[in-house]
Every structure is written in structure tokens, then in C-alpha cells.
Design a protein around this ligand. Structure first.
Ligand SMILES: C[S@@+](CC[C@H](N)C(=O)[O-])C[C@H]1O[C@@H](n2cnc3c(N)ncnc32)[C@H](O)[C@@H]1O
Length: 161
């Protein structure tokens, strides 16, 4: 198991936890993880809130496709809010009624501002599933989440044929 992140601070938080010996961490942008010694082939890739933040998500998904072994799985946890007007209304209500006040209270206003701008600028759920297919992945799915995340965040799953 290899954990990759471009942020040294995020990796330090991860490394501070207890891990089995087979787990290692690589400090690199995902785009150059192979050059940094984290080439495939992987049984599975888990990308949590990554693809919205990279400059070229299609290129990263093509890389993921290449790094997976045949039959290997991708789970990508992303926002992917629905694009319909009721979905947008729910998202606004959750962000303005809960996320922003919580973030202000805990000193995360800047991070929240990034979320507020980047989530609607990125894919809706159907656009993201199309993106996964375009990268050559198969058995693409968008799973539901319960509670206040309903229709806002999704685990997306896919497989290399
Ligand atoms: C919202 S955080 C999620 C962190 C972690 N995956 C988790 O779920 O707890 C997004 C992470 O993506 C990382 N990131 C953004 N662009 C990246 C890139 N091009 N390569 C590697 N990591 C990147 C950031 O450093 C940050 O740690």
C-alpha cells in the first residue's frame, strides 16, 4: 500500500498514524508518482477528493488506468453534486447553513472558500462518470451516500478491463 500526496503536511499527519509495515508514503504530485518510485501495477487505487484539485483530471485518470493491473479497481471519492436546480438548492443550503458557519467558527474560512468555488466549477456526477469512461475505465458507477451528503458527495467506482 502506497500513500501519495503532494503536501508534506498531509503526509506527516498520515505517517503519524499506526500502519502495518507494508504501508509506505510518497511525497510527490500524483502526475509524477511513477518517477518518484510509486509505479504500478496496483490492485486498486483510492483517490479521495483529489481529482477536483488537479490541473488535468483526464490525464490523471489515464495515468490511474495505466497503473492499475487488468481487473484493478478505482474508487474516487468526489463531490460531484447533481446538476438539477433542486440539487443546487440543497447544496447551497448545506454550504451556507452548515459548512460556512462551521468553517468560520473553526478557522477554516479560506479552505471553505476553495471548496465553495471549486466544487461547482468541477463536474456534476454524470459529467464525472463520463470522464471515468473516457479514460478507458469500465463498470463505472456512482454510489449514493446517506444523510446530509446525499446528492452532494459520492463514491465513484470503476475498473480497468
Ligand atoms: C481534500 S484533501 C484529501 C486528502 C486525503 N486524500 C483524504 O481523503 O484525507 C486533497 C488532497 O489532494 C492533494 N493534492 C492536490 N493536488 C495534488 C496533486 N496534483 N498530486 C498529489 N496530491 C494532490 C492535496 O495535497 C490534499 O492533501
Amino acid at each position: 500500500m502506497v500513500g501519495v500526496d503532494a503536501s508534506a503536511g498531509m503526509l506527516a499527519r498520515a505517517r503519524a498514524k499506526a500502519w502495518p509495515e507494508r504501508v509506505s508514503f510518497v511525497h510527490a504530485p500524483v502526475e509524477s508518482m511513477e518517477e518518484a518510485g510509486a509505479g504500478g501495477a496496483y490492485d486498486a487505487v483510492l483517490a479521495a477528493c483529489l481529482l477536483r484539485n488537479v490541473a488535468d483530471p483526464d490525464a490523471v485518470l489515464r495515468l490511474v488506468h495505466r497503473l492499475l493491473r487488468p481487473g484493478g479497481r478505482l474508487a474516487a471519492y468526489e463531490y460531484g453534486p447533481g446538476g438539477r436546480p433542486p440539487d443546487r438548492l440543497v447544496r447551497k443550503a448545506v454550504v451556507n447553513g452548515f459548512v460556512r458557519p462551521w468553517a468560520r467558527l473553526h478557522g477554516y474560512a479560506e479552505l471553505c472558500g476553495h471548496l465553495y468555488r471549486s466544487v461547482p466549477a468541477f463536474d456534476t456526477a454524470d459529467v464525472f462518470t463520463a470522464r471515468l469512461r473516457r479514460a478507458g475505465l469500465t463498470r463505472v458507477g456512482c454510489l449514493p451516500r446517506p444523510g446530509r451528503q446525499t446528492g452532494i458527495t459520492h463514491p465513484f467506482v470503476a475498473q480497468r478491463a
